[in-house]
Write a new protein. Structure first.
Length: 285
């Protein structure tokens, strides 16, 4: 049995996308692990299934390289928009997407029948600790002091269905992301569950830099939701405006915290790396 898949990248996040509307799939954790082992390079993040939905235009399911199912990924949702349009699963340029983190909205910018840019509304950020897995009784988890290894940090925890935290450092280029990312991820006194970690640098009121440590994976070359986390935290701390460019290893991403809706919008391109098929007979039920 063979399945067709597409490998796509959106400013740092590198996923395998599979049309699960017209292909029958089974044993999804094993499939995610198999594709990860065979087809991912440095900075890759998982497997995305495009499924039918009763509440939105499409349903997106996200699987990590270890086979576990994740809640949502901002960059992955943007690339879903490009996938469904370029593969003629829809002719709409305004789409709704069902995820475990809630309904997300996409606007596609199309030229010559191809999506060249995507704006994703990933929803209202959650800051209440009751809805984020953190060990605190605070009303909001914003700019909280914590000592990790030999340094003092101030951290902010946010969630859009997938918990993130951000801390600002003086220079992300020279920062030891491996040591401190791993330490934060396993800081069970603060986070009972592993968390994604964004290390951000304030450049000016319209520009941030960041590097991302993804739980269970290590440093990635970028993360859309990590960018949004950095911007929301910076705005709450009075550091930047609500429209910011965030530079990451995979490239810059434009992020806006909408004044009226409270939603966070991120805009940037996505591109197809390659398309192929693979024999999965040994793992299909």
């Amino acid at each position: 049995m063979k399945i067709c898949f597409t490998k796509m990248q959106a400013y740092g996040n590198d996923y395998v996308y599979i049309d699960a509307i017209h292909q029958q799939l089974g044993n999804l954790p094993a499939l995610a692990r198999f594709l990860s082992d065979r087809h991912f390079g440095v900075g890759s993040d998982g497997m995305i299934l495009i499924c039918p939905s009763e509440t939105a235009d499409f349903r997106m399911r996200v699987f990590n390289p270890d086979g576990s199912e994740a809640e949502m990924c901002g960059n992955a949702s943007r690339s879903v928009g490009k996938f469904v349009y370029d593969h003629h699963l829809t002719t709409k340029t305004d789409l709704t997407l069902e995820t475990l983190g809630g309904i997300k909205q996409l606007h596609l910018f199309v030229e010559n029948g191809i999506v060249i840019n995507i704006r994703a509304d990933i929803g209202v950020p959650v800051m209440e600790p009751a809805r984020i897995p953190v060990n605190t009784c605070l009303a909001e988890f914003v700019n909280q002091p914590v000592r990790v290894l030999d340094r003092d940090f101030h951290v902010t925890a946010l969630s859009w269905g997938n918990p993130h935290m951000v801390t600002f450092v003086e220079n992300v280029s020279d920062f030891d992301v491996d040591a401190f990312g791993y330490a934060f991820e396993h800081l069970t006194s603060l986070f009972p569950q592993k968390t994604n970690v964004t290390f951000a640098e304030f450049v000016d009121r319209s520009h941030l830099k960041m590097r991302e440590w993804e739980r269970g994976t290590g440093e990635t070359i970028g993360c859309g939701t990590g960018c949004c986390t950095a911007v929301v935290a910076a705005v709450r701390l009075g550091m930047c405006s609500r429209r910011v460019t965030v530079s990451q290893i995979g490239g810059p991403l434009d992020v806006e915290w909408d004044e009226k809706s409270g939603h966070v919008l991120m805009t940037g391109p996505s591109h197809t790396v390659f398309e192929s098929e693979i024999d999965v007979s040994h793992i299909m039920p």
